[in-house]
Design a protein around this ligand. Structure first.
Ligand code: ADP
Ligand code: FRU
Length: 299
């Protein structure tokens, strides 16, 4: 059975400007290109999973604003199920101004989320879990207690299953510079970004997984992508495994590299590959992404 992978978190509008060089403050200049893009970590991860051939779904809130038709059409274009997205009235769509420097592919993100309410646990609980869901990936958002409730809801569902019924695998991503505790004690896989690890004062991917492995449940794994230093993964009772990066011929656009790494790693894990092979595939697809504009040519 072709089971779906669900991504819970943010969908926003990215307004991307591709610049010749990084802009000077208080300058007036022309950019090489400009485009609208459906962004947000959960939304991007859904896109990459779909391009990698999975049945992918986005779950989260979206604003009933003038950007909505663009976002909905784009989900449709990538065959991402949004039946469980909740449209909120009287609020604005979160927006990012993204500057991509053509010289080195760096991305600078100026994000604003004025008033879009986060998904609540009660809203999440409205969705049936017995509909062929293979994996649910949660983006760490400010609604920590609500995410804990969602993970507990999935855990209760898993415990109600018979021995031969497949349980839903869960993962959570901690990316931003904020505290998400105690979310880390619930998922099967915990993805830590370099940015989040540095927020905790951790200086390398090795330090990051050592720090977080003490916090996860016994059967779980911690995975950490560290920009040009590749990625690492560890479980409580095994030594760490690592992958180097796969550099593209030229780094063009690193926007969503982390989301791509997460998606590709989840894709491989969901097919039963080892942690080492899965993060290596994550780095391979993320490296390919850095060499192209957007995600389209990944498929
Ligand atoms: P983000 O900042 O988007 O969260 P990272 O910068 O940590 O993500 O990158 C995630 C993954 O993308 C890395 O583990 C690596 O595999 C890949 N990656 C990032 N930058 C490069 C690069 N310059 N060349 C090749 N791969 C890269
Ligand atoms: C990339 C991204 C962008 C979005 C921003 C939100 O990882 O999801 O698409 O604008 O991060 O923080």
């Amino acid at each position: 059975m072709d089971q779906s992978i669900i991504n819970v978190g943010l969908c926003c509008l990215d307004i991307i400007s591709i610049c010749n060089t990084y802009p000077l403050e208080d300058s007036d200049q022309r950019v090489i290109d400009q485009r609208w893009h459906r962004g947000g970590n959960a939304s991007n991860t859904s896109t990459v999973l779909s391009l990698l051939g999975h049945k992918s779904a986005f779950v989260g809130t979206v604003a009933r604003s003038h950007e909505l038709s663009f976002l909905e059409k784009d989900f449709k274009k990538y065959d991402i199920n949004i039946d469980r997205a909740i449209v909120k009235a009287d609020c604005s769509a979160p927006t990012s101004i993204c500057i991509i420097n053509q010289q080195n592919g760096s991305r600078t993100i100026l994000h604003h989320n004025k008033d879009l309410p986060e998904l609540s646990c009660e809203e999440f609980k409205q969705f049936p879990l017995d509909s062929g869901i293979k994996w649910i990936h949660f983006e760490g958002r400010p609604n920590t207690d609500q995410i804990v409730g969602m993970l507990q809801h999935v855990e209760t569902y898993n415990k109600s299953l018979g021995v031969n019924q497949p349980r839903i695998v869960t993962s959570v991503e901690f990316e931003k510079k904020r505290e998400f505790s105690p979310i880390e004690t619930f998922p099967d896989y915990l993805f830590i970004s370099k940015e989040h690890a540095q927020f905790h004062g951790l200086k390398s991917k090795e330090q990051a997984v050592e720090f977080f492995v003490s916090k996860i449940k016994p059967s779980a794994s911690v995975i950490c992508a560290w920009s040009e230093d590749g990625a690492i993964a560890i479980t409580k009772d095994s030594s760490p495994v690592t992958s180097a990066i796969f550099p593209p011929p030229k780094v063009i656009d690193t926007l969503g590299a982390g989301d791509t790494f997460n998606a590709a790693t989840i894709s491989a894990l969901s097919k039963g590959h080892s942690l080492k092979d899965s993060i290596t595939y994550g780095c391979k697809i993320a490296g390919a992404k850095c060499g192209i504009e957007g995600f389209d040519k990944l498929s």
